[in-house]
Design a binder for this molecule. Structure first.
Ligand code: TMP
Length: 217
């Protein structure tokens, strides 16, 4: 039996991941693939409670180590209850963020105050040898991404400003982090997200066709 594909989307604030995932899902449907759309944090019911703890409130309510532990708790529940079962059933899963976000935010973003080894250990303990088939990193200048993200948040009922309120330097570290992570494996593709929604969608479709659809039965 063929198993599904796990595709993760990463990037800083306001890079357009959520919109692009929805567009990609519509495109995949035209190819006869009905993907599961999910996100971290908050891909499960318990995860949504963790998301509220993580993304609302004041910035310094806990440190980066505590944050990493909570993200990994969310991830473990997400993998066990949703992602792995869906992949086993042959479904494609598109996730708005995954473990690279923990490395980028809690390690690079905080200027390496959390040990990289700790994050690697948490990954091994929680996810094991499993990795996404493809990770698309949407890259945008932090100032531009933050402006988009703050605009979206000003219209939201529940404000998730815990991270957007961090200073620009944090977001610049974050961007550098994602670019460094992308160098470590061919499973990463970095796309310039500073373009129109339609143009970026076309770039993403090209990557999916090249990497995953060409060999898909
Ligand atoms: P989102 O706004 O893209 O849904 O992401 C929620 C916030 O959580 C975003 O500011 C990034 C942050 N985050 C981390 O800091 N570490 C993680 O491991 C994940 C998955 C998200």
């Amino acid at each position: 039996m063929e198993t599904g594909r796990f595709i993760t989307f990463e990037g800083g604030e306001g890079a357009g991941k959520t919109t692009q995932i929805r567009l990609l899902a519509d495109y995949l449907l035209t190819k006869g693939i009905d993907p599961v759309l999910t996100k971290e944090p908050g891909g499960t019911e318990v995860g949504l409670e963790l998301r509220k703890i993580l993304c609302t409130g004041v910035e310094d309510k806990f440190d980066a180590v505590a944050e990493a532990l909570l993200y990994y708790a969310d991830r473990r529940i997400h993998m066990q209850n949703k992602v792995w079962p869906a992949l086993k059933r042959g479904r494609w899963v598109l996730s708005d963020r995954f473990a690279d976000s923990t490395m980028a935010y809690q390690y690079y973003g905080y200027d390496k105050r959390v040990k990289k080894e700790l994050l690697d250990q948490l990954y091994a303990m929680t996810v094991g040898d499993f990795h996404p088939d493809l990770t698309i990193i949407l890259d945008i200048e932090p100032a531009k991404g933050l402006a988009r993200s703050l605009k979206r948040n000003s219209q939201a009922v529940e404000k998730e400003i815990r991270f957007e309120s961090r200073e620009l330097a944090f977001h610049e570290n974050l961007r550098r982090g994602f670019l460094e992570i992308a160098e470590t494996s061919p499973r990463y593709v970095v796309l310039n997200a500073d373009k129109s929604v339609d143009e970026l969608h076309r770039d993403i479709v090209n990557v999916i066709e090249e990497r995953l659809l060409r060999n898909h039965a």
